[in-house]
Design a protein around this ligand. Structure first.
Ligand SMILES: [Zn+2]
Length: 438
């Protein structure tokens, strides 16, 4: 592949880590370990929680990835309970606090602080990451919340505008037919948004009208991507990131075989979710992230709950930065009466093959027996959507088994124009059984 096809993440990493291009994997990992030692020194000087937890740790002994196993994990619960003890700068240096609401039993939020330099690093990644799919001849529309300062949408728009790429925000997105007209009128060539919203849009735009789409903020099943590309005739790219990773995390290159990680600021390990031991590259396990150079609230060995594979071999694009692939969200699953479990991603993978299905929310209720109910949005003219969904759901082994023993039944499947406000923006299985609601 030509140098032009090489992932833009490599250029970012070289600049930010002051590596001479082209760099080797070994050189990159050496600088990452140096940055890790600096980060650990920073938290030991400033964070009461880390000072206590890492008291016996010898910074100089951190030489390779395996040495990270000396460091205990940081969990979501640590952030909820003791987030304030992780702060490493004074309050006056914090320019942005992002609050994440959790669905845990206490419902207490997670809060993350960022300094101006922390956010600048994100801006840098957003700009370089987007350069994989757009250049100055493009006009970009961001279909994400953007009004709050330093929200993902706001930072993305700023990152591109500051570098001379026309970018606008629109939230919430209007109905797909209106949105298609808006894109046409404003000569938009690339759109960033949630996978299911981009799928709905793809049904209404002219084939070839858009050059590219970036799917972010939610799990994007293969079937959904294929349908978008077939409907719209554009290339789709994936982004993986969360507040914990500093909003930006990893982005696909033109080869589409994994997402190149922002390794200047992130050191990613994949561990066995049960034993906590590092897994070999290519084996699926839990994503554990360590922030490098983060000032306000560095995270060291944070368990994301996400499942993915790591690939550190050179990419076909010529890129050296490691890639994440097959990324699944938090794999907890909803238990059924017979002990089997339902996973939202498994359901996503299969349901988005139904022609005309644009989005859905699945609810589990108990009316004497567990029942699956679905609200769904379908393209105009789509036929037999509910019938096809039911047929496919019954092909999922756990559902097939539970229905065979009578432990699980279907509840109503209802087509709607929009979801009830109780539903979340992201697709999850809404389990109302535990709350005794029906
Ligand atoms: Zn690549």
């Amino acid at each position: 592949m030509s140098d032009a096809a090489r992932t833009t993440v490599d250029g970012l990493v070289a600049t930010r880590l002051q590596l001479l291009s082209p760099f080797t994997r070994k050189e990159l990992e050496q600088v990452q370990m140096e940055r890790l030692r600096q980060t650990v020194a920073h938290v030991l000087r400033n964070s009461p929680l880390y000072t206590k937890r890492l008291s016996g740790l010898k910074i100089e002994s951190l030489r390779g990835r395996i040495d990270l196993e000396e460091i205990p994990f940081l969990t979501s619960e640590d952030i909820i309970e003791s987030g304030h003890l992780l702060h490493c700068v004074s309050q006056s240096e914090v320019v942005r606090i992002i609050t994440m609401h959790t669905s845990g039993s206490t419902g207490r939020p997670k809060r993350f602080s960022f300094t101006a330099a922390d956010l600048d690093a994100t801006l840098d990644f957003f700009y370089h990451g987007m350069r994989t799919l757009v250049d100055r001849s493009d006009r970009v529309l961001v279909l994400l919340p953007f009004e709050a300062e330093a929200s993902v949408g706001d930072l993305l728009i700023r990152a591109l505008m500051e570098n001379g790429i026309y970018t606008a925000g629109l939230w919430p997105p209007p109905a797909p037919t209106h949105l298609a007209k808006h894109l046409h009128r404003n000569q938009i060539s690339s759109v960033v948004g949630l996978p299911q919203q981009l799928l709905a849009l793809s049904e209404d735009i002219e084939y070839g009208q858009l050059k590219s789409m970036l799917l972010c903020s939610d799990y994007a099943p293969q079937a959904l991507r294929r349908r978008i590309e077939q409907n719209a005739g554009c290339t789709t790219y994936l982004h993986y990131g969360a507040t914990e990773s500093g909003l930006g995390g990893a982005v696909e290159c033109a080869v589409h075989r994994g997402l190149h990680i922002r390794e200047s600021e992130l050191l990613i390990e994949i561990v066995d979710p049960v034993t906590g031991k590092q897994l070999p590259d290519g084996v699926a396990g839990e994503v554990v992230l360590t922030t490098l150079g983060r000032q306000a609230m560095p995270l060291i060995r944070y368990r994301t709950g996400d499942i993915a594979c790591l690939d550190r071999r050179p990419c076909q694009c010529g890129g050296v930065t490691a890639r994440l692939s097959v990324i699944y969200g938090r794999l907890q699953g909803c238990p059924l009466a017979d002990g089997s479990r339902l996973y939202s991603q498994t359901i996503d993978d299969i349901l988005f093959t139904v022609p005309g299905l644009l989005d859905y929310r699945l609810t589990l209720v108990n009316k004497g027996t567990d029942r699956i109910g679905v609200e769904y949005i379908a393209a105009s003219g789509a036929i037999d959507v509910a019938t096809q969904m039911k047929r496919l759901l019954q092909e999922i082994p756990d559902i097939y088994r539970a229905m065979g023993t009578g432990a699980l039944l279907f509840d109503a499947f209802q087509q709607v124009d929009r979801f009830a406000p109780t539903h979340t923006v992201k697709r999850t299985i809404l389990d109302l059984r535990l709350k005794g609601e029906v």
